[in-house]
Design a protein around this ligand. Structure first.
Ligand code: SAM
Length: 394
């Protein structure tokens, strides 16, 4: 196991509070010398409050030192709820008989101008896996947003072909966001029933039958992220914390993978069961080995991710704000996160993009929400970010 290359040694301060150096810290002089899978695993299993408090404090300090007090604002535009996939956890999975929408170019541009007016540095175009969002439509949209607003553009449109990614990059798209969801390939395959059929196609290569049938077939999203990187995108991935069947070991593996992929953006949100999906009921009786989909476990993952990837952009997610309505967003920002993605989707579409319950209930106009956002940042001593907010590489 390699030691973490970026993490500067920080003095261990726990001794003042009567703590022995925790598993995260090495033996030498009580300093943060390395983070590896075993230490991450020990942290995920840690239950002692004072120790966990120390983790929050260290993550917050590393966040301040590496990415500062700015919170980058990315305006989220959920431009289509059509989806060709049937992920077992997602409320907009293709087989659900729900009302679907696809925004027009004019509607998307209005959202982008709102983002510009509110001084957000980036818009994130996200959707179900909708091939009705054609390559030309997205190319034109990216070009218009870049020329008419100058904002950074993040695309989060699922698994699309390398050719499409290359065209959109040429048109000016800056970032591609595609959560790998879990590094456990068996679990990935179980919760993405179409993954085998589609594997290879999105990478522009035909999948051989033997590879597709292998129980350890690779997660196609990881290959696609690497391709996006070679095309010059900033890349983002992430996981759902507490997916039924997810082990602590696999979460530790996810965090190591974040580092190995050298990601610019890392989004970790809790799994929120949607009752009308196959995984909607399955958290009721969970074994001890099951990772809980709680705010504490999610923020542990955020904090450890910050320590392992100190200069990454890490959002405090809407899913976290959904499982803890009072304090979720703030907890994320206080435990390592430095990005907030306010929703700019027109109100008439929000309830139709209900990937999990409770999300769509957070309804306020973009302007109304913005005032609350500024008040929250002020309360926790943070400031809105300026500019596109790319990763500050050291
Ligand atoms: N289609 C694109 C993709 O698959 O990357 C983007 C849209 S997808 C709805 C965005 C994210 O929603 C997924 O990456 C997944 O992590 C999250 N998501 C879906 N269902 C969820 C659930 N029940 N609980 C928490 N997150 C969920």
């Amino acid at each position: 196991m390699k030691d973490h290359p970026h993490l500067n040694p920080l003095p261990f301060k726990g001794e003042e509070a009567g703590l022995a150096p925790s598993p995260l810290w090495g033996e030498g002089g009580g300093e943060v010398v390395s983070v590896n899978r075993e230490r991450i695993l020990a942290w995920l299993l840690e239950t002692k409050e004072p120790r966990i408090e120390q983790l929050w404090a260290e993550a917050d300090e590393v966040r301040r030192e590496h990415v500062g007090d700015e919170v980058h604002l990315r305006g989220l535009i959920e431009l289509s709820s059509y989806c060709r996939r049937d992920c077992l956890y997602c409320g907009i999975r293709g087989s659900r008989k729900i009302e679907r929408y696809r925004m027009t170019e004019k509607e998307v541009m209005e959202c982008a101008w709102t983002a510009q007016k509110l001084e957000y540095g980036t818009v994130v175009l996200q959707s179900g896996e909708d091939l009705g969002l054609t390559s030309d439509f997205i190319t034109n949209l990216v070009r218009r947003i870049k020329t008419e607003t100058g904002l950074a553009v993040t695309l989060s449109l699922g698994e699309r072909s390398r050719e499409e990614l290359a065209r959109w990059r040429e048109a000016g798209a800056d970032r591609y966001l595609l959560k790998h969801e879990t590094s456990d390939s068996e679990l990935f395959r179980r919760i993405h029933p179409q993954a085998r059929e589609n594997w290879g196609q999105s990478l522009g290569a035909p999948a051989s039958d033997s590879a597709r049938d292998s129980p350890r077939f690779p997660n196609p999203r990881i290959g696609l992220l690497k391709q996006a990187r070679t095309l010059g995108y900033e890349i983002g991935s992430g996981v759902m914390v507490g997916i039924p069947g997810q082990s602590y070991e696999s979460i530790a593996e996810d965090i190591m993978l974040f580092r190995d992929l050298d990601l610019e953006m890392i989004g970790c949100g809790p799994f929120v069961p949607h009752p009308d999906t196959p995984l909607g009921q399955s958290c009721v009786q969970s074994p001890k080995s099951q990772v809980p989909a709680t705010d504490t476990m999610t923020t542990k993952v955020v904090a450890l991710t910050r320590l392992v990837c100190p200069d990454a952009n890490i959002p405090s997610t809407t899913a976290l704000a959904t499982v803890n309505k009072e304090r979720g967003r703030e907890l994320g920002l206080e435990r390592g996160a430095n990005v907030w993605m306010p929703n700019l989707t027109p109100l008439k579409y929000r309830a139709l993009y209900e990937i999990y319950p409770g999300k769509a209930k957070v309804v306020d106009t973009a302007e109304g929400f913005h005032q609350n956002l500024l008040a929250t940042l002020q309360r926790i001593g943070r400031v809105p970010g300026k500019g596109p907010g790319g990763r500050p590489r050291r």
